[in-house]
Design a protein around this ligand. Structure first.
Ligand SMILES: Nc1ncnc2c1ncn2[C@@H]1O[C@H](COP(=O)(O)OP(=O)(O)OP(=O)(O)O)[C@@H](O)[C@H]1O
Ligand SMILES: [Mg+2]
Length: 329
């Protein structure tokens, strides 16, 4: 069996707010295998970004209350801040949801892309800049040598996103976490960025965690997918199996809410009824039960564990764990 590159075990991250404790990540466990692209999907506020930030230990003001993030024999939740900085710069890179917050407006783009190699590999400015320019070129910035002298505001949204990717990749990390790398971009640029991530995955063998709202993106990019709801993983498995035969009613509803191009369907799309719950005050039992059309009595009482359902999938659902198929309206 392939050894996982990154292993997240029972991770729990909370925020203390005036309304109470927000359980943003509530017992999340998953593995990332070498070279794979793993998707994380779920409605806004379900804990995708906080999961990624917790892996990087950038979850502040949130607090990691428990769990492990195993990477190369070390638990990243326990290493010193100094060691963590080495990991962040070199081995695990993250592309943040908003590229403007992670590019510094007062430094030239090339200088920033070169920074990880200056700091972590000890390269001199010239060598680091040469490598930054070639990386900017690789991610498709035209006239990279001269554009490297631009400031972030002189770049378009798509170019900033590319610069972020270039910065993340200069040290050829083993893991790349891309948090909604295409949301703010128009469709053509989106497609280009996804192509770029595919190339990176193939050429550098970088294992990628791709966080997105877009199930089409998952279908086109990810071998495996994790579905989150209210801070927990509710379903996980190979993308083709999860999409063909979802084992959690939430996944089932998400898939039903997207239009299918290959079907002549005239019925209106069905959005998932109701809203995600407040993470301060979760419903009893399964957090999805108030919105679930398959629920049984037990669902409002006991929290289901994430267990194997069928050959390849995991689901946290009393109904499918009891062998019921998800069908009908
Ligand atoms: N700094 C913070 N203070 C308090 N609560 C926070 C903070 N950051 C995140 N949260 C809460 O943690 C929960 C998970 O947020 P997270 O950003 O991980 O969601 P997400 O799944 O990435 O959503 P989106 O798809 O909108 O990016 C949300 O309820 C959010 O309100
Ligand atoms: Mg997010």
């Amino acid at each position: 069996m392939t050894q996982p590159l990154l292993e997240v075990q029972d991770l729990r991250t909370v925020f203390t707010t005036k309304d109470g404790i927000v359980k943003a990540v509530d017992g999340v466990s998953f593995e990332l295998l070498p070279g794979e692209t793993l998707g994380i999907v779920g409605e806004s506020g379900c804990g995708k970004s906080v999961t990624a930030l917790s892996i990087m230990r950038l979850q502040r003001p949130g607090k990691i209350l428990g769990g492990k993030v195993m990477f190369k024999g070390q638990d990243l939740t326990r290493v010193s801040e100094y060691e963590m900085r080495e990991v962040r710069g070199k081995e695990i890179a993250m592309i943040f949801q908003d590229p403007m917050t992670s590019l510094n407006p007062v430094f030239r783009v090339g200088w920033q892309v070169a920074e990880p190699n200056r700091i972590h590999q000890g390269w001199d400015a010239k060598k680091a800049m040469t490598s930054a320019v070639s990386m900017l070129q690789r991610v498709g910035i035209p006239s990279a040598a001269s554009r490297a002298r631009d400031y972030p505001h002189q770049f378009s949204g798509g170019m900033r996103q590319r610069a972020m990717i270039a910065m993340g990749l200069t040290t050829t990390p083993q893991v790349l976490i891309a948090d909604e790398p295409t949301t703010a971009l128009d469709v053509t640029i989106q497609a280009q960025i996804l192509d770029l991530l595919r190339t990176v995955n193939k050429d550098f063998g970088t294992a990628t965690i791709l966080i997105t709202h877009n199930l089409g993106v998952v279908a086109g990019m990810c071998e495996r997918v994790i579905v989150m709801y209210a801070g927990k993983i509710v379903e996980a498995g190979p993308t083709k199996d999860v999409f063909a035969n979802p084992k959690h009613p939430y996944t089932w509803s998400l898939l039903k809410s997207i239009p299918r191009l290959d079907e002549d369907r005239h019925e209106p799309l069905k959005p998932i009824e109701g809203l995600p719950p407040s993470l301060v005050d979760l419903p009893s039992g399964c957090a999805f039960h108030p919105r679930c059309s398959f629920k049984v009595e037990r669902c409002s009482r006991d929290v289901p564990a994430l267990l194997r359902v069928g050959e390849t999938q995991l689901a946290a659902c009393w109904v499918t764990q009891a062998g019921t198929e998800l069908k009908g309206a």
